[in-house]
Design a protein around this ligand. Sequence first.
Ligand SMILES: NC(=O)c1ccc[n+]([C@@H]2O[C@H](COP(=O)([O-])OP(=O)(O)OC[C@H]3O[C@@H](n4cnc5c(N)ncnc54)[C@H](O)[C@@H]3O)[C@@H](O)[C@H]2O)c1
Length: 388
Amino acid sequence: MAKTLNIALVGCGFMGRAHANAYSQVGHFFDLEYQPVLKACYGRPENRANLEQFAARWGIESVETDWRQLVTRDDIHVVDVCVPNHMHHDVVLAAAAAGKIVVCEKPLAMNAAEGEAMVAAIEKAGVANLIWFNYRRVPAISLFKQIVDEGRVGRPFHYRAVYNQDYTIDANVPQGGRAMWRLDSKVAGSGVTGDLLAHSIDTAEWINGPIARVVASTETFIKERQHTDTGQVEKVDIDDACMFLARFANGSMGTFESTRYARGRKNYNAMELNGENGAVFFDLENPHMLEFYRYADPQTGNKVEDHLTGWQKIHVTNFEHPYMDKWWVPGCTIGYEHTFTNTLADFLKGLETGTPAQPDLRSGLRTQRVCDAVLESARTGTWIDIPQ
Ligand SMILES: NC(=O)c1ccc[n+]([C@@H]2O[C@H](COP(=O)([O-])OP(=O)(O)OC[C@H]3O[C@@H](n4cnc5c(N)ncnc54)[C@H](O)[C@@H]3O)[C@@H](O)[C@H]2O)c1
């Protein structure tokens, strides 16, 4: 017998849509005891018409323009935090106090201090929780980790991550307001570090283990922009670009680069690991492909490279590949939205089996600490150690 889980979507923008789609689809593709029901959604009072349109489109039963009212409703089991970053702390604390399951978008918070309070509240309440680092569930990225865990890369030497976009190059792009809150530090916390590198850091530590220390440099190319809320030209306080060097606890070296000024790049999220026995490369512009270079046999360590060796392109659509047996037949691809459905399926399975899915909010706090260290290093120009 299916168990119903009533969902409250707190936020109905980009992620509200991605999550609403995941809740709607997950039961069609995965065998799960828990079945989500889109019970209610929150949006700002000034956008009530949009909110009602959103609810009608996704079959959401009711709307609320007061999120505090929503998260304490008796008929809500899960609070899903899809609002901008400056609201995550308050919504999570209220949801935890009301004993709700919490699933929260990334970055966890504006900074690690906020994140610590959120994790303390969640753990005190003892509620199931998740942070939506959905890229772990791109099948090719899950396969990347599987290949590393199988020892096929061997001793790791270099991890490099790039996450580039180009949508803020124009100096006339405003900051703040509904559309460009990511450029307003009071709402976003930071720029590309919290927005994009948080993903890269989560994936990197998941695949290659903890980062021990970082040294970073950031830049804000356009120093002032008109603020949508005030109409005034105001200082821009977020990092437009960030590069950092990392030393991993396993002895490997890392480079991380992110910018919103990489003309031509829209959502270029790429990563490569080079080890003694092999290497793996992925980029989100080719989301079904994983590239693998095999140099040595993982069992014997003996060299297998010969005149036929080269980068092998794996079309990650076989039934043997992560998640792909739940979707179509081999050769048929899935897309961006499926990464959220895969994440949700794992979370619901975790509720069912009692083995919680990762990453949880504590894992999100770990990523937040690395982000804070990166920003501190950029300010001070020094290496910063990250507590393990
Ligand atoms: N996992 C991912 O890959 C991913 C991708 C995009 C965004 N996110 C995260 O999801 C969260 C929401 O991002 P989004 O892209 O859906 O945002 P969005 O701007 O598309 O939607 C934001 C929602 O919050 C509401 N809102 C309430 N107060 C607001 C305010 N002061 N300013 C702006 N909107 C306000 C809006 O009405 C809207 O419903 C953020 O924390 C973001 O970092 C994660």
